[in-house]
Structure formats: structure tokens, C-alpha cells
Design a protein around this ligand. Structure first.
Ligand SMILES: NC(=O)c1ccc[n+]([C@@H]2O[C@H](COP(=O)([O-])OP(=O)(O)OC[C@H]3O[C@@H](n4cnc5c(N)ncnc54)[C@H](OP(=O)(O)O)[C@@H]3O)[C@@H](O)[C@H]2O)c1
Length: 356
């Protein structure tokens, strides 16, 4: 069954990644785009396209205004039952609830509803069981995580499951596209600090790895420190992390644990799920070589509109022991693919197998 979808934030970087990834998707069909009054009413092909490759030819009606009182009715008329949200958080806050009230399922890239007890925060191939948070009936609303969490989360889980992680100390190097088209296109100045980002990322780590008990997520307590900074790169977030493990280990055991890290069985076979969500390389991670990792290899000419697993695997390198139980590594993720549009499409693929 193909499900009709709307992309919210259609002129934005994540909104355009969503259109690209949904253009040939086997489970979803984009039937509408929506944005602010700035773009509402415009023909979709007139919006500036900022990604590599051509804009997909989706043959859609003019862009809808998210503030239009008739928005829900219009979406129903177009057969839209799913919304992919890529609007700023302050807009998503009320808009996503309005859509839910109107019977439209929402998968969101925005942070507005993350870490609510009744809205699951999902990395589909790691904590799909959190989708079963249903305190007062079925929840048809879920969020993907902050993009910076992904390169921290994957190696954290791999090492925590194998040896126990006592603490971590991470420093991020985040690309310009992480702040949307404004920074990517140089319309706003690059500043190294990203206020609030470290706190948000650490809190989401505790939440995503939390226990599901009696229909509630109980975030775990993790001893961590983090510093987030912007770097002058177009795409790709890297974190440099030192993990203190609960036991002494050999480097070969650490490498084996990273290599053995497997996705949750619920996500295996979904169109956007990489066979291996975490890939280790000997030597250093490099954006220009590793960013489109697909769980099998490192394509350099991937087509994001058809290769749904490209850019969905996290790559770790420079793995070294800094003490008997202290591991240092660098971890890379494509922030607008795995960390945003690809992650939320994977979430929707998973949710479509569980939501009515
Ligand atoms: N970039 C990333 O790597 C990344 C990763 C994870 C999550 N996210 C989240 O994804 C969302 C979009 O980020 P982005 O990077 O795509 O930003 P962006 O390139 O700046 O795009 C922002 C989008 O939001 C729309 N918008 C702005 N004000 C609006 C309003 N009042 N009403 C309706 N739409 C409005 C814009 O549409 P108009 O042109 O119509 O105004 C535009 O399409 C944000 O919540 C962000 O935190 C981004």
C-alpha cells in the first residue's frame, strides 16, 4: 500500500532531502508540500533547489500555507495520511499537534516534541521498541533525534553492550548544513559555538537508550561531557569521543565489538535501513570518502533519490586505546541524511509496519 504524504518545510534543506528520498519510495508518495506565507502558493518547481542532482518532478499542487485554517481539509482531499515535518521547532510545536488531531500521522525532524513521555524518540534500527509507548491509546506521532546524536550513539551502544561504558567525553565538528540553508549558503555568519546543542544531544542519548517500562520511557543516567562546535564544511558531522569502559580491553576486542554491532531485528529489511548501521575503517574517517556509507561500502557517486541506504551508515575510524579501559575514536554521520531526512523516513517505514 502506498501512503499519501505531505512535506512540511518544503523549501528547506531537510524538506528538500525528504522530497528527494520520497520521490521513488515504495511505501510513500508525496502529494503536497507546505511552508510559511513566504512560499505558500508558489509552484513547487519554482522553489530554489539546493541539493546535488535535479529536483524531483513530483507534479504537485502549489505549496500550502501551514497556517491556512483549511490545511487539514485540503490534505484529506489530496489523500494525505502522513506528514514529514521539517519546520523550525517553534512552528512544529502547534502544527504537528494540529495534524495529529486531524488524523494525520506525523514523523518529525523538529525538536519540539522530543523527550515527551507520550511521543517516542526513535532511531529506527536501534530503539524501535520505543514506538510501543502507548499510555492512553495509540500514538501516531514520533520524532527522529538531533543529527549530532547519531555519530555518538552508534559507537556508544556498540561499546556499552560489549563492555559497559562508564563515561564519555565528546567533541563535535558539525557541518554548516546542520543549521539549514541559511548557513550552508553563507547568508548567515558561521560561529563556532552552537548554544544548547551539547545539552540537547546528551539528554537525547539518555532518552533513546532509556528503558521502556509500563508504557513510559525512563531515561538512563549516563556520565558524559560534550562540546559542540561548527566547522567550515558543507556536510557531515564528526564526533571525537573518549569512552571510559567498565573493564580493561584490548584494541582488537574493541574493533571486534564495533564490527559486530547489529541493527535491531525490527528494522532489518526496511528500504532505508543499512545492513550495518556502523562501519569501522582502519585509519581516519574522511568526509569526502565515507559520508555516503551504505552499510556495505562507501559509494562516492550515490544517487540519494534512489539509493535509500546511501548516507545511512555511521563510520568510525582512528580507533585507539588511550589507557587499559579508555578508547578514543572519531565517528562520522551524514547529518542531513542519517541525521535528518533519511532517519525520519526510516522511522516512518518502521512506523508504517506498526501504526494502523
Ligand atoms: N539541517 C539538519 O541537518 C537538521 C538535522 C536534524 C533536524 N533538523 C531540523 O529540521 C528542521 C528544518 O531544518 P533545515 O535545516 O531544513 O532548515 P532550513 O533550511 O532553514 O529550512 C527551514 C524550513 O522551515 C520553513 N519555515 C520557516 N519558518 C516557517 C513558518 N513560520 N511556518 C512554516 N514554515 C516555516 C521554511 O519554509 P519557508 O521558506 O516557506 O519559510 C523552510 O522550508 C528544523 O526543525 C531543524 O532543527 C535539521
Amino acid at each position: 500500500m502506498v501512503r499519501g504524504a505531505v512535506v512540511l518545510g518544503a523549501s528547506g534543506l531537510v524538506g528538500q532531502r525528504l522530497q528527494q528520498r520520497l520521490a521513488n519510495h515504495p511505501m510513500f508518495e508525496v502529494r503536497a508540500l507546505a511552508g510559511s506565507a513566504r512560499t505558500a502558493g508558489r509552484t513547487p518547481s519554482d522553489l530554489d533547489w539546493g541539493l546535488e542532482g535535479q529536483a524531483p518532478d513530483l507534479n504537485l499542487p502549489p505549496v500550502l500555507d501551514v497556517q491556512d485554517p483549511a490545511l487539514i481539509e485540503t490534505l484529506h482531499g489530496l489523500g494525505v495520511t502522513w506528514a514529514f515535518s521539517a519546520v523550525p521547532s517553534d512552528v512544529a510545536s502547534a502544527l504537528e499537534l494540529r495534524l495529529i488531531d486531524g488524523g494525520i500521522r506525523v514523523c518529525s525532524n523538529a525538536s519540539a516534541h522530543r523527550r515527551r513521555t507520550d511521543v517516542p524518540l526513535i532511531v529506527a534500527d536501534l530503539n524501535p521498541h520505543h514506538l510501543r509507548v502507548r499510555p492512553e491509546g495509540e500514538v501516531l506521532h514520533a520524532c527522529a533525534t538531533n543529527c549530532t546524536l547519531i555519530p555518538l550513539l552508534m559507537p556508544y551502544l556498540a561499546l556499552h553492550r560489549a563492555f559497559g561504558v562508564v563515561s564519555y567525553h565528546a567533541t563535535s565538528e558539525q557541518a554548516r548544513s546542520g543549521a539549514g540553508y541559511g548557513l550552508l549558503r553563507g547568508e548567515v555568519p558561521l560561529t563556532p559555538d552552537i548554544p544548547g546543542e551539547a545539552e540537547k544531544t546528551m539528554a537525547e542519548l539518555a532518552w533513546v537508550t532509556g528503558r521502556l517500562a509500563a508504557g513510559r520511557i525512563e531515561p538512563v543516567s549516563i556520565d558524559g561531557r560534550m562540546r559542540c562546535q561548527r566547522v567550515d564544511e558543507a556536510d557531515g558531522h564528526i564526533v571525537d569521543v573518549v569512552f571510559e569502559l567498565a573493564q580493561p580491553v584490548a584494541l582488537s576486542d574493541v574493533n571486534a565489538a564495533l564490527d559486530a554491532f547489529a541493527p535491531h531485528p525490527d528494522a532489518v529489511g526496511l528500504p532505508s535501513a543499512p545492513l550495518k548501521p556502523l562501519m569501522r575503517v582502519e585509519g581516519s574517517v574522511r568526509r569526502e570518502v565515507h559520508m555516503w556509507a551504505d552499510g556495505l561500502g562507501f559509494p562516492t557517486e550515490a544517487n540519494p533519490a534512489t539509493d535509500l541506504q546511501a548516507g545511512m551508515a555511521v563510520v568510525v575510524g582512528d580507533v585507539q586505546m588511550e589507557g587499559p579501559s579508555r578508547v578514543r575514536l572519531r565517528s562520522l554521520s551524514h547529518n542531513t541524511v542519517r541525521g535528518a531526512a533519511g532517519g525520519v523516513v526510516l522511522l516512518a517505514e518502521l512506523a508504517s509496519t506498526q501504526w494502523s
